[in-house]
Design a protein around this ligand. Structure first.
Ligand SMILES: Nc1ncnc2c1ncn2[C@@H]1O[C@H](COP(=O)(O)OP(=O)(O)OP(=O)(O)O)[C@@H](O)[C@H]1O
Ligand SMILES: [Mg+2]
Length: 236
């Protein structure tokens, strides 16, 4: 696909396929188009050309069909985007009740199981602001999972967190990967990439410059752009 922001060709002939159960890490310098790519996959951003296909179905441009297919894609952003005036439990049950049509009792039961899975079941009745950043991000993951997505997109899910909270979020993501979830993860967390990723895609200036296994990419990047980028984040 291709996309412009005015003069800026922000996504240039991006051709990407993610297999069922695959974990893809997207890495690259600031402004390279990683977030735009994630947002385009979910149609939060329009594209100028190209198609997005999920599980064999073209993502419609708009309308009810889009809302339906969009729920196949769970998204977790850098900022938690939880509803501030709803409890943790309500944050997780809202989508299932409204979009999936679950009864409240069923939605609650499923939400509690998901909150338990991400380790914050004991926070269910609190408001988001009463939780740590790491706990909020785990709630955001539970909320996305509650929609039974076919693929999960993560856009720098740990970059706004204090170091001690990063691990608890990454642990949940590693677990999810092990369970076979299809995941696209924008992150610079090398530990996560090495532990969980099947493939790394390196983006620069709107293009996919390099694709490799995590091991290959981190130990022996081929392109000069990637070498330069890695030397910066490694010495950071
Ligand atoms: N809504 C917009 N209108 C105009 N330009 C935009 C818009 N959103 C992003 N851009 C520009 O597109 C380019 C890519 O932005 P994007 O947010 O996708 O980068 P990124 O790789 O996610 O960077 P970061 O690592 O800082 O999050 C940047 O130059 C940015 O300024
Ligand atoms: Mg970004």
């Amino acid at each position: 696909m291709n996309k412009h922001f005015g003069e800026l060709h922000v996504l240039q002939d991006i051709n990407l396929e993610v297999a069922h159960g695959e974990v893809l890490v997207v890495i690259g310098p600031s402004g390279s188009g990683k977030s735009t790519l994630c947002r385009a996959i979910n149609r939060l951003e329009t594209v100028d050309s190209g198609t997005i296909r999920i599980d064999g179905v073209d993502l419609p441009a708009e309308g009810r069909a889009l809302a339906q297919l969009r729920s196949d894609v769970g998204m977790v952003f850098q900022s938690f985007n939880l509803f501030a005036h709803k409890t943790v439990l309500q944050n997780v049950t809202l989508g299932p009740i409204k979009v999936r049509g679950l009864k409240v009792a069923d939605a609650n039961e499923e939400a509690m199981a998901l909150l338990d899975r991400v380790g914050v079941a004991n926070q269910a009745d609190k408001l988001p602001a009463q939780l740590s950043g790491g706990q909020q991000q785990r709630v955001a993951i539970a909320r996305a999972l509650a929609m039974h997505p076919k693929v999960m997109l993560f856009d720098e899910p740990t970059s706004a967190l204090d170091p001690e909270m990063i691990t608890e979020v990454l642990d949940v993501m590693v677990q999810l990967a092990k369970e076979g979830m299809t995941m696209v993860v924008v992150t610079h967390e090398m530990g996560f990439a090495r532990k969980a990723a099947d493939r790394v895609v390196f983006m620069a200036d709107g293009q996919i410059v390099e694709e490799a296994t995590p091991e290959e990419f981190f130990t022996n990047p081929r392109s000069e752009r990637a070498q330069d980028f890695l030397s910066k984040i490694l010495t950071h």
